[in-house]
Design a protein around this ligand. Structure first.
Ligand code: ADP
Ligand code: MG
Length: 355
């Protein structure tokens, strides 16, 4: 994962957030928690399951190295904490419980997502039924919508960073890994080369401005992977992957699509669009008929894109049917178009006290 920073008008490098409310205690993690098995790891972090001794509650402890490539990166860890705090009221984002500091690490004690990564469902021999996939995508969009409303962009959405509260049957989603997340408007225009090439939008690879639409591209990639079990842009090497992404080289006629619904293809096509401004926002996505297909499939007629256009009475997509479970977490009307934030338009927010 490479990172190149361009603009830095704030005090902290790359528009990092520096203020956190959660106390960072020097008390050893092991004195409060019983640390057990490893849950996952990345370049600079290892995540372990742990049990709070006083309550018996399970958590995930993310040990983040403060020194990386010979450089002090404590500010980046604090930034990850600050983003988690900003997203605290978002039920689709993993909750930050506490933080500890050792000589080498800052340890974030996070809500435990016991169901593992949705990635496991992308590489499994048995893919999830579309009814389950649409539920997971709806929840992901709820989380992303919430983040975007807070001016946050995740920038590393991929099946490894979308976890489940339980595995079988799949529970609810929890978004994790806010190391690359940024708050739009705090550091002028955001152009960075970050993330994993396979999942990032063309504007990231082309070093063009990053907006909330950048996350929507990744939602398209995740949806593609859940329905086909394949990664849409991965090439034999990094160069080929870059080329596939920047040319939006994606083939919907492959065998892997033989059992995928027309509506699913339509949804993915609308997100995997080169121009960020032509992608629907998270709120707009929520009214795509694919995500509400199951309810409509109860009707005897097969549901197709054309069918939906006819039903939609001139609106871009059909209105979703009522769903009390999802409404609870998606308070805005799905017709409310989320504002598209561009940093160059949002520089006025730079002095809003985040630093
Ligand atoms: P990195 O920044 O190194 O990618 P992540 O935050 O993505 O770190 O965590 C790495 C992996 O650890 C995740 O992909 C997931 O498998 C596991 N993991 C992270 N957070 C949790 C959690 N709260 N509950 C359960 N597993 C987790
Ligand atoms: Mg990760």
């Amino acid at each position: 994962m490479s990172r190149r920073r361009l603009d830095s008008r704030s005090g902290l490098p790359g528009g990092l957030l520096g203020e956190v409310q959660t106390p960072i205690t020097l008390e050893p993690v092991e004195s409060v928690y019983e640390v057990t098995g490893e849950l996952g790891r990345g370049k600079f972090a290892v995540v372990k399951r742990c049990m709070e001794k006083s309550t018996g509650k399970m958590f995930a402890a993310k040990f983040l190295r403060k020194r990386r490539r010979g450089r002090d990166c404590r500010a980046e860890v604090v930034h990850e904490m600050a983003v988690l705090e900003l997203a605290r009221n978002n039920p689709r984002v993993v909750n930050l419980h506490a933080a500890h500091e050792t000589d080498h690490d800052i340890v974030l004690i996070l809500e435990y997502a016991a169901g593992g990564e949705i990635f496991d469902h992308c590489v499994s021999d048995e893919l999830l039924p579309e009814a389950q996939i649409t539920r997971l995508i709806r929840q992901t969009l709820e989380g992303v919508h919430h983040l975007h409303q807070t001016n946050l962009v995740h920038l590393d959405l991929k099946p490894q960073n979308i976890l489940l509260t339980s595995q079988s049957p799949p529970g609810d989603i929890k978004i994790v890994d806010f190391g690359l997340a940024r708050r739009l408007g705090v550091a002028g225009e955001l152009r960075e080369i970050i993330g994993t090439p396979e999942y990032v939008a063309p504007e990231v690879l082309n070093y063009e401005p990053i907006t909330t639409a950048t996350d929507l591209w990744s939602v398209g990639v995740i949806a593609y992977m859940l329905v086909t079990g394949e990664s849409p842009f991965v090439g034999d090497d990094k160069q080929e992957t870059y080329l596939n992404v920047s040319q939006v080289n994606v083939d919907f006629s492959r065998d892997s699509f033989s059992r995928v619904s027309e509506l699913a293809v339509d949804f993915i096509r609308k997100l995997l669009v080169k121009a960020p401004e032509d992608r629907p926002s998270a709120a707009e996505c929520m009214s795509h008929p694919w995500l509400w297909q199951q309810q409509l499939c109860l009707s005897p007629e097969p549901v197709t894109v054309r069918h939906f256009r006819e039903r939609s009475c001139g609106t871009k997509w059909a209105a979703p049917p009522e769903d009390p479970e999802d409404k609870e977490n998606f308070r805005d009307s799905p017709h409310t178009h989320a504002k598209r934030f561009r940093l160059d338009e949002e520089t006025a927010a730079a002095g809003d006290g985040d630093f």
